[in-house]
Design a binder for this molecule. Structure first.
Ligand SMILES: [Ca+2]
Length: 106
């Protein structure tokens, strides 16, 4: 049986964890598990960033509408939209916290 080789600069070269020149099934499985963990970590970082941005947006938006920069007539005209904004931002934060708690118990 002929020996299989990886192509030049193959992405599976990184899977050769003991650097012996061959990529074994165990190394492929381990590499795939590491890849899955890295993707899960990246996803959780993105979700945390999104929740943080939502909190910052709530604070910044509140600071903007109570500042003298925005007139009372504008605040009154946009009051319905503001409610939706607060509910949606709080929904993002609440969903993040709920899913985080649920995932930690799994
Ligand atoms: Ca190896």
């Amino acid at each position: 049986m002929t020996r299989k080789k990886l192509e030049e600069r193959s992405r599976y070269e990184d899977f050769d964890l003991d650097h012996d020149g061959t990529v074994s099934d165990v190394e492929i499985d381990r590499g795939n598990r590491l890849l899955d963990l890295e993707l899960a970590e990246e996803k959780s970082h993105a979700q945390r960033r999104m929740a943080t941005c939502a909190i910052v947006a709530i604070v910044a938006f509140t600071a903007a509408i109570v500042s003298p920069l925005v007139s009372d007539s504008r605040v009154n005209a946009l009051s319905d939209l503001m409610g939706l904004f607060y509910i949606s931002m709080a929904g993002i934060v609440g969903a993040y916290m709920g899913v985080s708690a649920w995932m930690s118990k799994r």
